[in-house]
Design a protein around this ligand. Structure first.
Ligand code: SF4
Length: 370
C-alpha cells in the first residue's frame, strides 16, 4: 500500500445558473440544501479520519465553491483541520468572479485557503455572454484586487479557447488581461461541445456556424501558448501554464498518477490502489453510493498521465515507482515521431514537445497502446 501524501478534492455542486458548455454536476439550489450538503461533506471527511496519510493538497471544485460563502467553506475547513494537519499544504478554492461580493477572502485565508482558481474564460464581455457566463471581465478585476488585498499571492485564472466569435485579437487581449493582473497560473482549455449541454443540444448547422473546426482550434492553441510564453509563463502541462514554482500541486497529483480522495456528488477518488466515484446526484452522495472504477496506478496509466506533462515520463522516477525501466516499445514508438518534432526521447525519458501537445491524444495512444 502506498504511504505517501494524498490530495483531497471536495465537490461543491452549486451554481447560480448553467453555462452553455457545462456538463459538470451542479445545480441552482436553495440555502437549506447547502446546509444539508455541507453537513454530509463533513460527515464523509470524518469517515476518512483513520487513513493515516498526510493530506498535502485540498481542492474545492465545482460547481461554484465560492457561492456557498465563507462560513460554509469555513465549516468544512474546520472539519478537515480537526483531523489532518494542513500545515504547508496547498489549499485551493475555485471562485466565480460573480461571487466576489459574497465571499470574504480574509476569512477563508485565515481558515487555511492559500490558492484561488478564478473561472474567467474570456476578458471580452461579448464572449462571456455567448458562453452563458454570468459575470463581466471587470468582475474578475475586482475579484483579483480584493483577493490580493486580502493577502492571496497564488492565483490562477481559467481561459477558454475556441469561443464563438473569438478572434486572434480577442484571445491576445484575454491573455494580456491575465498578465496585467499579475497572477501566477493560467489554465487554457479548448472549448469542447459535450452532449446534454445547451451547446450540445444545438442543431448541427448552428454548431458548424458557431464553433471552430480542429484546425482553427489548433491555431488558437498555438497562439495562446506563444503569447503566454512571451509573458514568461512556463507551459508545464498540455493546458496549464505557471510562473516558476507555482504549478498546481493538487492537479499535479492527477498527472503524476498519485492518490487522492474525492468527496461529494460526482467526485472521483483514487485511493489504496482503487478508483471509484460517487454518482452525479445529491441522493447518491447522501446515500453513500460508491461506484467501483477498477484498479489504478498501472505503469501504462502512469505513462499516459505523465505524457501530459512537459517533463513526460522520466526514467529515474519510472524506475523508482515500478522497479524497471521504461519499456523499449515506448521508446521505439516515441522515436517515430521525433523526426516530426512531436516527441523528444533521450536518457532522461520520453516527452511530447509543444507541437506534440496539440496531438496529445493520438500520440499518447501511439506510444503507450502498442
Ligand atoms: S460556473 Fe462552472 S460549474 Fe457552474 S455552470 Fe458554469 S462552468 Fe458549470
Amino acid at each position: 500500500m502506498q504511504k505517501n501524501s494524498i490530495g483531497l478534492y471536495i465537490h461543491i455542486p452549486f451554481c447560480d445558473g448553467k453555462c452553455f458548455y457545462c456538463d459538470f454536476f451542479s445545480e441552482n439550489r436553495p440555502d437549506n440544501d447547502i446546509d444539508k450538503y455541507v453537513y454530509a461533506v463533513c460527515k464523509k471527511i470524518n469517515e476518512y479520519s483513520n487513513i493515516n496519510r498526510k493530506i498535502d493538497t485540498v481542492y474545492f471544485g465545482g460547481g461554484t465553491p465560492s457561492i456557498i460563502g465563507e462560513k460554509h467553506l469555513g465549516v468544512i475547513l474546520d472539519e478537515i483541520n480537526n483531523i489532518y494537519n494542513l500545515k504547508n499544504s496547498e489549499v485551493t478554492v475555485e471562485v466565480n468572479p460573480s461571487t466576489n461580493n459574497i465571499i470574504d477572502f480574509e476569512y477563508i485565508l485565515k481558515k487555511g485557503v492559500n490558492r484561488l482558481s478564478i473561472g474567467l474564460q474570456s476578458a471580452n464581455d461579448n464572449e462571456l455572454k455567448l458562453l452563458g457566463r454570468r459575470h463581466t471581465a471587470y468582475d474578475c478585476i475586482k475579484t483579483v484586487k480584493k483577493a490580493k488585498l486580502s493577502g492571496f499571492n497564488n492565483i490562477s485564472i481559467d481561459l477558454m479557447l475556441g469561443i464563438p466569435e473569438q478572434t486572434t485579437e480577442s484571445l491576445k487581449y484575454s491573455v494580456e488581461f491575465c498578465n496585467n493582473l499579475d497572477i501566477q497560473h493560467i489554465s487554457a482549455y479548448i472549448l469542447k461541445i459535450e452532449d446534454n449541454t445547451f451547446f450540445g443540444n444545438m442543431d448541427n448547422k448552428t454548431k458548424e456556424k458557431l464553433f471552430f473546426d480542429d484546425d482553427k482550434q489548433s491555431d488558437f492553441y498555438e497562439l495562446c501558448c506563444k503569447y503566454l510564453s512571451e509573458f514568461g509563463y512556463d507551459h508545464y502541462e498540455i493546458s496549464n501554464f505557471s510562473r516558476q514554482g507555482m504549478e498546481s500541486k493538487h492537479n499535479l497529483k492527477y498527472w503524476n498518477c498519485d492518490e487522492y480522495i474525492g468527496i461529494g456528488a460526482s467526485a472521483h477518488s483514487f485511493f489504496n490502489g482503487k478508483r471509484f466515484y460517487t454518482p452525479n446526484s445529491f441522493e447518491g452522495f447522501y446515500n453513500n453510493i460508491s461506484i467501483d472504477d477498477g484498479l489504478g496506478g498501472s505503469c501504462q496509466e502512469y505513462a499516459m498521465l505523465r505524457l501530459r506533462l512537459k517533463d513526460g515520463i522520466n526514467n529515474k522516477l519510472y524506475y523508482q515507482r515500478f522497479n524497471c525501466n521504461i519499456p523499449d516499445e515506448y521508446y521505439n514508438n516515441a522515436k517515430k515521431f521525433q523526426k516530426l518534432g512531436l516527441t523528444e526521447c533521450d536518457n532522461n525519458g520520453i516527452r511530447l514537445t509543444e507541437k506534440g501537445f496539440l496531438l496529445s491524444n493520438a500520440l499518447i495512444s501511439e506510444i503507450i497502446l502498442y
